[in-house]
Design a binder for this molecule. Structure first.
Ligand code: SAH
Length: 342
């Protein structure tokens, strides 16, 4: 049976045409779902009773089921969702006062096994479907009782390993007759999957790109991000990013979590600058967040962070030290596990 969130607008149009209904019924349905967050066909009051019954009988409306919601002292909220086959994922809602950002998962678990990330420590279950990815966002908007301004694919999983569904989701979010979310409000974060970056270079919607680099050379990056870096070593990755930048004109954000005495030496900052020379990146320094599976990894102390930043400043590299959010509820970067423990 068809499922509404698994369908494109064209797919819905086809169904209405088959039912001898005008095509614009699909737009009406999309308005209810994506703009008004009304998921019950019987509440869609501009459709006839007969059509509402027909929709209920023929098109499922599967949504993630909320198991748990936690609220951080800083206002960040974490949602744990139940999906099919007992798979669970988490999403995070970041509250920046006048705007909000939803951090969404694209996979249940993650196969990349980056050593500093709790999601990877728990193994990989499966890719999420288009509807499961959209469902997290729409349900959060429903709970939030207002639109959320930004979406970042920075939750559990590696978005470019689920590229087909990721791109379908982005088309739906961006579609003026569906969620109508601007390209500049959508960010993909990747551990450096080069084919995904290449496909994004030719993608019709100019979303933002963030790359989790965390190390400026192969020796260190192989240790920290073994799966990603064995397949896509740093120099090749840097070249793919430069190509993306030259083709699209877009600036790329580089994520770099500072781990005490691992990747926070001033030499690392010099190497990082050399690797990214010509890219004009925007570097996001992330305070490392502690994870249960790797107690030996620690956050860099203030003086080491200062020294690292001093090098970047000296080399005129634009950067920001990101404020950590939601760590008291295990909702900060790298802490999502998709379980019920927190
Ligand atoms: N797989 C994608 C999406 C995950 S995004 C990616 O790698 O980009 C989650 C972000 O948090 C990534 O930048 C990741 O590298 C970072 N991260 C993971 N574990 C972390 C930790 N313990 N502390 C700080 N940042 C972490």
């Amino acid at each position: 049976m068809n499922d509404a969130l698994e369908m494109s607008r064209e797919g819905l149009q086809e169904i209405f045409l088959k039912w001898n209904e005008p095509k614009f019924r699909a737009d009406q349905l999309c308005q209810w779902i994506y703009a008004k967050k009304i998921f019950n066909y019987h509440d869609m009051s501009n459709l006839s009773k007969e059509l509402r019954d027909k929709l209920s009988g023929n098109i499922l409306m599967s949504l993630p089921v909320l198991i748990k919601q936690l609220k951080s002292r800083d206002g960040t909220k974490k949602f744990l969702w139940q999906l099919n086959n007992n798979n669970r994922v988490e999403s995070v809602l970041l509250d920046h006062g006048n705007y909000k950002t939803a951090c969404i998962s694209t996979q249940a678990g993650c196969p990349m096994k980056c050593i500093f990330c709790e999601t990877g420590a728990n193994g990989f279950k499966r890719n999420l479907t288009q509807g499961e990815i959209l469902g997290q966002f729409l349900m959060m908007e429903k709970f939030n009782k207002a639109d959320i301004n930004n979406i970042v694919f920075m939750g559990m999983g590696e978005p470019f390993l689920n590229e087909e569904n990721l791109f379908k989701v982005i088309r739906i979010l961006n579609d003026k007759k569906m969620r109508n979310l601007g390209a500049r409000h959508i960010t993909i974060s990747t551990c450096g999957i080069i084919p995904g970056i290449e496909d994004l270079t030719g993608f019709e919607i100019p979303v933002r790109l963030s790359v989790s680099l965390h190390a400026p050379n192969d020796i260190l990056r192989n240790k920290l991000m073994p799966v990603a870096n064995n397949n896509y070593p740093v120099q090749k990755l840097a070249n793919a990013l430069k190509f993306y930048r030259s083709k699209t004109g877009e600036r790329i954000t580089i994520e770099y979590a500072l781990i005490d005495r691992v990747n926070d030496f001033p030499e690392n900052a010099y190497e990082l600058a050399a690797l990214l020379d010509g890219l004009e990146p925007y570097i996001n320094l992330i305070p490392f967040n502690a994870i249960p599976s790797r107690p030996e990894l620690k956050r860099s102390d203030e003086s080491r962070v200062k020294n690292f930043m001093a090098v970047l400043r000296e080399l005129n590299i634009e950067f920001e030290l990101r404020r950590e959010r939601g760590s008291d509820i295990m909702a900060a970067c790298g802490q999502l596990a998709g379980n019920n423990k927190q």
